[in-house]
Design a protein around this ligand. Structure first.
Ligand code: HEC
Ligand code: HEC
Ligand code: HEC
Ligand code: HEC
Ligand code: HEC
Ligand code: HEC
Ligand code: HEC
Ligand code: HEC
Ligand code: HEC
Ligand code: HEC
Length: 317
């Protein structure tokens, strides 16, 4: 009886000790919550224990990772590039001070990308520390920033060829998140994006802009005119919705209808022209008359973007 009791007490004691030491010991960083991680890293920064051997101290353990080594093929890895990390704090310029990270794997480093538990804001503050030129001014109010997209969700750093900086692959990066636009650009009628002859950034600024939908130009129409200059006019007889917004009738990303129209005529026209205004219109059974068949309203109103003909007020000539 007595012995059993002692053993139990002893075991309890050992367990209690084990529990205690667990709670005192720092948990491995991949088990920390995002908040705990942010806190640890903040403390690490406050201590500021940078290694005195720079990248060499990291490569002791990380040089077998080809991805890590690829940074030396990029501007960030070039010691001769003025202001680049490699000309300064090296790896720690982005990943934070080494601290005790190399001692038994106790301390985390700043990690980036989709797997990182750090908030996008914390990750981005590292990049913005160097990239704070006026070109990034619109970033702070952009929907990418407000919706917590990280710089490294688009940019790959450990590479000599960042796919988002390459015209032939940038659309893939964008459409990995923007699936609606991916589906639109593959529809029957679209801008030649599926062949990468045009890219999302022909119209949008990925870092945000002062315009709606982060467009490169002040308005939707100015964006379209930058390539379709002939639609700018001025024309003698304007069609109000055209001068107002090309997207009244076109989906700039693509559509199942010809000419990227949001709907086919006559429905397209009848959204606004409740009654088509033709008092003496003959109603035909077949539906293949000038009003309903083929190009429908456009059979007669062919100058849909406006007319320069003196008698073109009804957009017919
Ligand atoms: C003593 C070996 C060692 C040294 C030295 C070392 N690391 Fe690590 N590092 C590790 C280990 C182990 C991991 C965990 C690996 C894993 O999870 O795959 C790691 C993970 C990381 C990660 C990923 C963190 C995460 O949360 O996923 C980064 C970034 C990193 N190290 C950067 C650095 C940098 C920068 C230096 C130099 C300042 C450095 N390391 C020095 C061993 C080391
Ligand atoms: C300009 C900032 C920057 C610098 C400098 C930098 N890194 Fe990174 N590192 C990143 C980003 C961002 C990622 C996320 C992956 C990516 O974007 O390529 C990353 C990822 C990593 C990872 C995780 C790799 C994996 O397999 O998932 C390790 C480890 C790492 N870096 C170590 C280093 C070491 C060692 C150095 C110095 C030789 C270094 N980094 C320099 C920004 C940087
Ligand atoms: C220590 C300063 C520093 C930090 C931190 C830094 N960069 Fe850079 N970065 C530079 C310099 C210097 C260049 C080369 C000159 C330039 O393009 O402004 C550069 C270039 C770039 C380029 C253009 C690359 C090219 O091939 O033309 C991109 C994209 C970029 N950085 C993104 C990032 C991202 C994303 C981060 C954060 C993960 C980051 N940078 C962190 C200094 C830094
Ligand atoms: C939505 C994707 C996306 C995000 C998020 C993003 N970028 Fe970019 N970035 C791009 C693209 C695309 C280019 C190429 C632009 C071009 O060629 O006109 C680029 C170019 C750059 C360049 C080089 C050209 C320049 O403008 O100086 C730098 C530096 C840069 N980005 C830094 C950053 C930083 C820092 C962040 C985070 C604050 C960030 N980027 C977030 C997509 C993105
Ligand atoms: C990591 C996911 C992700 C990637 C990659 C991404 N975006 Fe976004 N984007 C978002 C989120 C989230 C929003 C905000 C919610 C929304 O409008 O869907 C957004 C919004 C936008 C908007 C609307 C802006 C506004 O002010 O209304 C545009 C335009 C856009 N992205 C273009 C791009 C382009 C161009 C690229 C490639 C260079 C890109 N995005 C890459 C996630 C992403
Ligand atoms: C020809 C110019 C053009 C191209 C190319 C283009 N867009 Fe757009 N995008 C626009 C216009 C114009 C709008 C605003 C539409 C509106 O007001 O109805 C827009 C709106 C958006 C929005 C916001 C949608 C919403 O409902 O708020 C996103 C996201 C977007 N574009 C992503 C992309 C992506 C991703 C690509 C590349 C696959 C791309 N765009 C290519 C012109 C373009
Ligand atoms: C960067 C240049 C560029 C911009 C900006 C641009 N387009 Fe285009 N657009 C093109 C090209 C290239 C074509 C394909 C021409 C061809 O196939 O012959 C095209 C074709 C079209 C077509 C005909 C599609 C078809 O299937 O016949 C329409 C409609 C169109 N664009 C509308 C717009 C609208 C609306 C905007 C503004 C939101 C716009 N475009 C902005 C370059 C541009
Ligand atoms: C009221 C609806 C409407 C508006 C608004 C509109 N379009 Fe169109 N657009 C059409 C129709 C309908 C067609 C097809 C014409 C045809 O089949 O002859 C078309 C065809 C086009 C085409 C391909 C054929 C051509 O004429 O070159 C381009 C490019 C185009 N539109 C650009 C624009 C631009 C740029 C704007 C804004 C300035 C705009 N559209 C505004 C209805 C509209
Ligand atoms: C987004 C709304 C909208 C759409 C879509 C639209 N229109 Fe219009 N349209 C207008 C407005 C507004 C006017 C100017 C009415 C006025 O001045 O009384 C107008 C004027 C006209 C006129 C000249 C009328 C007059 O009294 O001088 C014709 C013809 C016309 N539209 C035909 C069409 C056709 C054909 C389509 C389809 C391809 C179409 N519209 C699509 C809004 C629209
Ligand atoms: C067979 C040729 C023809 C077709 C098809 C046609 N229209 Fe017309 N439309 C005309 C003519 C001609 C006028 C000018 C009548 C006038 O001057 O009184 C006109 C006038 C108009 C007007 C101006 C009405 C007004 O009160 O002055 C509008 C709006 C209009 N059409 C819209 C449409 C729409 C929408 C369609 C398709 C559903 C369409 N039209 C199809 C020939 C046509």
């Amino acid at each position: 009886m007595m012995n059993k009791c002692i053993i139990t007490t002893l075991l309890c004691g050992i367990f209690a000790f084990a529990c205690l030491s667990l709670s005192v010991q720092a948990a491995p960083w991949n088990q920390l919550t995002g908040e705990q991680l942010e806190q640890q890293l903040t403390e690490k920064f406050a201590q500021g224990n940078y290694s005195n051997k720079g990248a060499d101290s990291c490569l002791m353990c990380h040089k077998k990772n080809d991805k890590v080594m690829a940074i030396f093929d990029s501007v960030h890895g070039s010691p001769s590039q003025q202001g680049s990390p490699m000309a300064g704090l090296q790896c720690e310029a982005c990943h934070g001070p080494l601290g005790a990270h190399n001692k038994g794997g106790k301390e985390p480093m700043i990690a980036f990308g989709k797997e990182s538990k750090l908030s996008a804001q914390s990750q981005n503050s590292v990049c913005l520390g160097c990239h704070n030129d006026p070109k990034q001014m619109a970033w702070h109010s952009s929907s990418h920033n407000l919706d917590e997209v990280a710089c490294s969700d688009c940019h790959n750093i450990h590479t000599d060829n960042d796919p988002v900086m390459d015209k032939l692959t940038v659309n893939d990066t964008c459409t990995s998140c923007h699936t609606q636009q991916k589906s639109d650009m593959n529809k029957r009628s679209s801008h030649p994006m599926k062949w990468d002859q045009m890219t999302c950034i022909d119209c949008h600024n990925p870092h945000g802009s002062m315009s709606e939908s982060a467009l490169n130009h002040a308005t939707v129409n100015d964006t379209c005119y930058s390539c379709h200059g002939e639609k700018r006019g001025p024309v003698l007889w304007e069609h109000a919705p055209v001068t107002e917004n090309c997207a009244n009738c076109h989906n700039p990303h693509g559509s199942v209808n010809e000419a990227m129209l949001t709907q086919r005529a006559p429905q397209l026209c009848q959204q606004c022209h409740m009654d088509d205004g033709h008092a003496s219109r003959v109603v035909q059974q077949s539906g293949s008359d000038a009003f309903g068949g083929g190009k429908s309203c456009l059979n007669c109103h062919s100058q849909i973007h406006g007319s320069n003909h003196p008698a073109g007020s009804k957009l017919q000539r």
